[in-house]
Design a protein around this ligand. Structure first.
Ligand SMILES: Nc1ncnc2c1ncn2[C@@H]1O[C@H](COP(=O)(O)OP(=O)(O)OP(=O)(O)O)[C@@H](O)[C@H]1O
Ligand SMILES: [Mg+2]
Length: 273
């Protein structure tokens, strides 16, 4: 999974302000960075600073107020099957069973595959996500962590070129989270993808990403872009490496600094290691 060549994605002086009853709320301000083919970019920054909004502009759900988001050199004008989006609040359909949720994307015109292949893909992800016993259940009968695993299965099943993931592992217990991180790395080792991942976990960002974009308190600006000095495939053992610890301290300091800027001197409770 090497990053090379022309950027697939370019945030080019991107600014977005929401028009609210209280006036204009600047949320993203003059953000510029590139995501190259095969890059795994993690975005980290304080809660409410504008990360989801930034991803929504790449997903095509929101348009910038100024600047441009370019996909292969062309401005993003709307959502597309090339970008698989995993939403912060789990993108699952409550009226479909677990199995139907996984199959859903594969029935759409852009990603349609024959019924037999669809069944195989469903079976594979039901097993990988530990949901096989719940194939015929509806999402309301699943726990929060199970719903999140279902949302992951849905996003992976259509094999999009771009994976846009908004805190995809936030609702999982530590062990499942670690399993899901490793599964993502395994999938990326087999299927070439370009990833943007929003996370609150500095450890997760370093373990998974090739580059980390640290953004400021609202409005989100790029505070620093860090290259992660580890290649792929990755091994859990990198958590013990001195460079891992140094990078973690550096990024944690930056993020804490931005939390302070946003919330006064209050220590955040939602910020995990
Ligand atoms: N459609 C909207 N209209 C008005 N304000 C909005 C809208 N969407 C988001 N906001 C505001 O924009 C700011 C940034 O929101 P966003 O969801 O991008 O933050 P975030 O960095 O993803 O936060 P978190 O880490 O908590 O998910 C917030 O203050 C939010 O209230
Ligand atoms: Mg968000």
């Amino acid at each position: 999974m090497s990053a090379s060549g022309l950027p697939r994605v370019r945030f080019d002086h991107v600014t977005l302000a929401f028009d609210t009853p209280k006036g204009l709320l600047p949320v993203v301000e003059d953000v510029s960075y590139d995501i190259r083919e095969g890059d795994f970019v993690a975005v980290i920054g304080p809660s409410g600073c504008g990360k989801t909004t930034m991803m929504n502009m790449l997903a095509g759900f929101q348009a910038p107020t100024a600047g441009r988001v370019l996909l292969d050199g062309r401005p993003v004008t709307g959502p597309g099957p090339d970008r698989g989006v995993m939403f912060q609040e789990y993108g699952v359909f409550p009226w479909l069973t677990v199995e139907e949720n996984i199959a859903f994307g594969l029935t759409l015109k852009a990603n349609r595959v024959p019924a037999r292949e669809r069944a195989e893909i469903c079976r594979r992800y039901l097993d990988l996500m530990g949901l096989a016993a719940f194939a015929q259940s509806y999402p309301k009968h699943l726990s929060g962590g199970m719903r999140q695993r279902l949302a992951l299965a849905r996003a992976y099943a259509v094999r999009p070129q771009f994976l846009l993931m908004d805190e995809p592992f936030g609702a999982l217990d530590a062990q499942t989270r670690s399993n899901m991180q490793n599964l993502l790395l395994e999938i990326l080792a087999v299927e070439r993808k370009t990833v943007m991942l929003i996370t609150h976990s500095v450890e997760e960002a370093i373990y998974l990403a090739s580059r980390i974009v640290i953004v400021t308190a609202r409005p989100a600006r790029v505070r620093e872009i860090v290259e992660v000095p580890f290649g792929y495939p990755r091994d859990e053992a990198i958590h013990e490496r001195p460079e891992f610890g140094e990078l973690r301290s550096h990024i944690r300091d930056l993020v804490m600094d931005e939390y302070r800027a946003q919330q006064g001197q209050v220590r955040p409770v939602s910020f995990s290691e």
